[in-house]
Design a protein around this ligand. Structure first.
Ligand code: NAD
Length: 283
């Protein structure tokens, strides 16, 4: 059977854990060769071994231009090309009130979350432009789309990724290269379990994830983002570029706070004015 991204080379950063690991796994299932990059060598190597010949692990600190350039070059030398570059690695980073965040923590967070995306886009474009083909994806966040959902520096970096995506898509469209971002909501990964529950291993606390999910009977998983990434990488999404796709169960579009199903704002039925014989609307 032919997979959704059969024969493509899929590079993902932050590939040893959570969303990146899930994307690596799904990409292999859907026919791609995968280069997964991380700084967690043991977990990265174990996943690559598990995925077999179609996958390999490369150590890459996404803050380093030398590392990101090397990752892209390694993918080209192993599999001949880079079809997809998924800039996904991340941390929560600097926390606290705006008037207390130390500058070095700000700089470190920006380097992991934002410089990384710049470097990933830059070096992916370097090898994609000559082929007039490719897909660049980056993981932003619901926190970058609305105020008050997360730490300041994280929010700023994630919002910047949305702008970066639009602008780089405008440059690279004429080269046949698509550039998109994905905005997760709250997903049961080590990062979010750590942020929400103080324990990166608490991804099995389904009771908590269900309670905070905006969608009844379902909470966000790493696989939900992997599905979006693989679809956006595929030719089925061939005319999709410059967007940020929210995959958040409706978190950003808004939910009726505290309402039971069917009881939220505007849920009750009222006849239109014209049905009620009111004035001002054509009958
Ligand atoms: N989980 C969520 O609810 C959620 C929500 C919105 C956005 N995100 C974003 O999704 C992405 C993936 O996060 P996740 O939830 O899978 O978390 P995770 O902690 O499971 O995975 C993140 C990975 O990035 C790697 N990483 C961190 N710093 C790195 C560096 N300097 N160089 C290379 N790799 C590095 C980590 O080692 C880890 O393997 C992040 O960009 C995060 O901001 C997650």
């Amino acid at each position: 059977m032919t997979g959704l991204i059969q024969g493509k080379t899929f590079v993902v950063t932050g590939g040893a854990s959570g969303i990146g690991a899930s994307a690596a796994r799904l990409a292999v299932q859907e026919g791609a060769s995968v280069v997964l990059a991380d700084i967690q060598d043991e977990a990265g190597k174990a996943l690559a071994d598990d995925l077999g010949d179609a996958a390999r692990y490369v150590r890459c600190d996404v803050r380093s231009e030398q590392d990101v350039a090397g990752l892209v070059d390694e993918a080209v030398s192993a599999f001949g090309k880079v079809d997809v570059m998924f800039n996904n690695a991340g941390i929560v980073g600097a926390m606290g009130p705006i008037d207390e965040i130390p500058l070095d923590e700000y700089d470190f967070t920006v380097a992991v979350l934002m410089r990384s995306v710049f470097l990933g886009m830059k070096h992916a474009a370097r090898v994609m432009k000559p082929r007039h083909s490719g897909v660049i994806l980056s993981t932003t966040s619901c926190v970058g789309l609305r105020g008050g959902l997360g730490p300041h520096v994280y929010a700023g970096c994630k919002a910047a990724i949305v702008g970066f995506t639009r602008n780089v898509a405008a440059e690279l469209g004429p080269w046949g290269i698509r550039v998109n971002a994905i905005a997760p909501g709250k997903h049961a990964t080590p990062m979010f379990a750590d942020a929400a529950l103080g324990d990166p291993k608490a991804t099995d606390r389904t009771d908590v994830f269900e309670r905070i999910s905006p969608l009844k009977g379902r909470y966000g998983t790493a696989e939900d983002i992997a599905e979006a990434a693989v679809w956006l990488s595929s030719d089925r999404a061939g005319f999709v570029s410059g967007i940020t796709m929210s995959v958040d169960g409706g978190l950003i579009s808004g939910t009726p706070e505290g309402a039971e199903p069917g009881q939220g704002l505007y849920a009750g039925h009222r006849p239109l004015l014209r049905e009620a014989g009111g004035r001002g609307l054509p009958v």
